[in-house]
Design a protein around this ligand. Structure first.
Ligand SMILES: Nc1ncnc2c1ncn2[C@@H]1O[C@H](COP(=O)(O)OP(=O)(O)O)[C@@H](O)[C@H]1O
Ligand SMILES: [Mg+2]
Length: 298
């Protein structure tokens, strides 16, 4: 008999395979994203990261295997149930620009809830709350064409987070952003994870992001303000790294284990990490008003 006292994992893949024509994109992939857990999914370009996220969203179907979201097999859901899962349980930030250019920020962010029949005043409240969360209060009437790249990303995150889904899928959400804005995005991800207990699959090729995401946490301080700062060893978020290599999951373990691994594919990926770590604001909080410019940090 199944133990019903444990919640179902947020996402589970069982032996999932998918090919395009005769080219395998994913081969026999199995994993569980537990509730509240954050999995960092990495791997070279073309290794199958985006395909895995699209499968988890039910946007494409596997050739073989089974995919469960909060215990329900996606395959068995009809289109309206699937929409409900996407509308309520899951929010996704796509790799490519995906805002509707003809719609205002408000309408872009509200879209998912409108599509799922939420009532107007709840939508209104939710849009304002989530725009405040991403620091875009007051920008409701702008159109995507009037926004910087970083602001667009934050609108995309707001759109994924509206209504507080229980699962967040992020596909290279910091790609193409300058380091300060990229850090703001990482902080939003940490805040969503820690303050709203969102389970997440975070896809990135930027390996230097992993220690930040694994060791920084968001919490309310005694003034009720939200702080993102390095956590003590016994208070870390539940995180794990998974590595795809040509569509196969070849590693799953902690960030420490990942960094210490001798797997050639990991060494190769780390060596191709193009980031210059010297001129790097990654471990300071750009929203900290007391923060000293880098030059002044002893
Ligand atoms: N719609 C599609 N049609 C054909 N091939 C695709 C499609 N989507 C992805 N692929 C192929 O599947 C493989 C994995 O792609 P993808 O998941 O986008 O890689 P990643 O996100 O890791 O860079 C690649 O070889 C890609 O060309
Ligand atoms: Mg991709």
């Amino acid at each position: 008999m199944q133990d019903t006292s444990l919640p179902d994992p947020a996402i589970e893949f069982r032996n999932v395979s998918l090919s395009f024509d005769d080219n395998p994109a994913l081969t026999d992939v199995s994993f569980r994203l537990e509730r509240g857990e954050m999995i960092f999914l990495t791997g070279a370009s073309g290794s199958g990261k985006s395909v895995l996220l699209h499968l988890a969203m039910g946007l494409i179907k596997p050739d073989e295997g089974h995919i469960f979201v909060e215990g329900r097999e996606i395959e068995n859901l009809d289109e309206s149930d699937l929409l409900a899962v996407r509308g309520g349980a899951m929010g996704m930030v796509f790799q490519e620009d995906s805002l509707f250019t003809g719609m205002s920020v408000y309408d872009n962010v509200a879209y998912r809830l409108e599509e799922h029949g939420w009532d107007g005043s709840t939508i209104d409240k939710s849009v304002l709350e989530v725009l405040r969360f991403v620091g875009l209060e007051g920008e409701e009437e702008k159109f995507p064409g009037e926004l910087s790249g970083g602001m667009k990303r934050r609108v995309e995150i707001a759109r994924a987070l509206i209504g507080w889904p229980s699962i967040m899928l992020l596909d290279e959400a910091t790609m193409g952003l300058d380091p300060i804005v990229a850090l703001q995005v990482l902080e939003l991800v940490v805040r969503a994870r820690d303050l709203n207990n969102v389970s997440s699959l975070y896809v990135t090729k930027k390996l230097y992001e992993l220690p930040y995401l694994a060791t920084y946490r968001a919490a309310k301080n005694s003034n009720g303000d939200i702080e993102v700062k390095e956590a003590s060893k016994n208070n870390l978020a539940q995180t794990r790294v998974m590595l795809l290599d040509s569509g196969r999951l070849v590693f799953s373990g902690s960030v420490d284990e990942f960094q210490r691994s001798d797997l050639p594919v990991i060494k190769h990926l780390a060596a191709s990490d193009p980031h210059n770590h010297d001129a790097d604001p990654y471990f300071a909080d750009p929203w900290d008003k007391e923060r000293k410019p880098r030059e002044e940090i002893p």
